[in-house]
Design a protein around this ligand. Sequence first.
Ligand SMILES: Cc1ncc(COP(=O)(O)O)c(C=O)c1O
Length: 376
Amino acid sequence: MYKQMKARGEDVVGFGAGEPDFPTPERIKAAGIAAIMGDHTRYTPASGLPSLKEAACLRLKLDCGVEYTPDQIVVASGAKHNVYIALMTLCNPGDEVVILAPYWVSYSEMVQQAGAVPVIVAATEAQQFKVSAAQLEAAITENTKVVMLNSPSNPTGMVYSREELQAIADVCVRRNVYVIADEIYCNLIYDDLEFVSFASLGEDVKERTILINGVSKSYAMTGWRVGYAAANKQIAKVMGNYLSHSTSAPSTVSQYAAIEALTGTQEDIDAMRLEFQERRDHLVERMNRIEGVSCLRPQGAFYVMMNMESFIGKEMYGQMIHDDVDFAKLFLEKGKVATVPCSSFAAPGYIRWSYATSMREIDKGLDRLEQFIKNA
Ligand SMILES: Cc1ncc(COP(=O)(O)O)c(C=O)c1O
């Protein structure tokens, strides 16, 4: 509906985007152009260019504190594609996959595509939206094959601490389950908070972890479609076979651009992170001053979950608000602001705002929220 309203020329403000609003840095674009002009336009090995695998190992060592060798890396068409082939590799029909929630909605869909059964374990706002090790342990059965973990998280922006991750890792090792650790937002962490990569918690943890990362979010490269996974050699090999007989590797040009992203200066991503942090501070501070709504202060990614529970069961603009979906729909219709209701992320009563948009748009959206609530 947002896109249709936009197409009709309506003045709608969008907070739904799951991607940085910055352009891809010049140095990375130049590497893509150089790859085309240098005739790097043929197939690469199905699981990616050896030099890109080395570049991924470098970043994993420097940013995540984990050592991998290139034969443990699988390059695919985005982090999402890597999650998918990891699930296809690990799951048999009927296996259970525990998803720590609130969660990115594609996880449960991909689990089902792999023939497995999603088991959602949700954390509340009082838990800062982070599932405890005890909750996880209670959800594990003899059919559990995999746990899906995402920190920093989409949609909550929350970051699991070292202690929280260690407790989860202990459960996974003891109960003999794999972990798909989606760390695509690892460079978008604020306030100098420590990023802890799940695989860095010990050799036994690393052995059962499929670490997911990529260039989309950190380097503003969502459209280039390059992500990578790191896993034990056996799993990496089977994931590579999936690629070999389905999509093959991502575009060769994109792979060359990704090498530059991972090996060149990292100053441009620092600048983006600082800008995101300023936007988060502003959005959170203003949102919490608006009557009837509130939000936690997320520590990573570029999302804020707005609590709108106080409107449930009340009428707005002559309509009964049953849930976050009703609220978001009405906010778009009457307030001309597009957000994402969080029921589908296993977080009913919340609306997700992405601050991957300019400060001006953020203020415009919040002004409209104030008016929308006041005039209801
Ligand atoms: C948690 C999470 N993982 C993966 C992705 C997808 O990343 P990519 O564009 O590299 O496929 C997203 C994008 O929204 C995401 O939020």
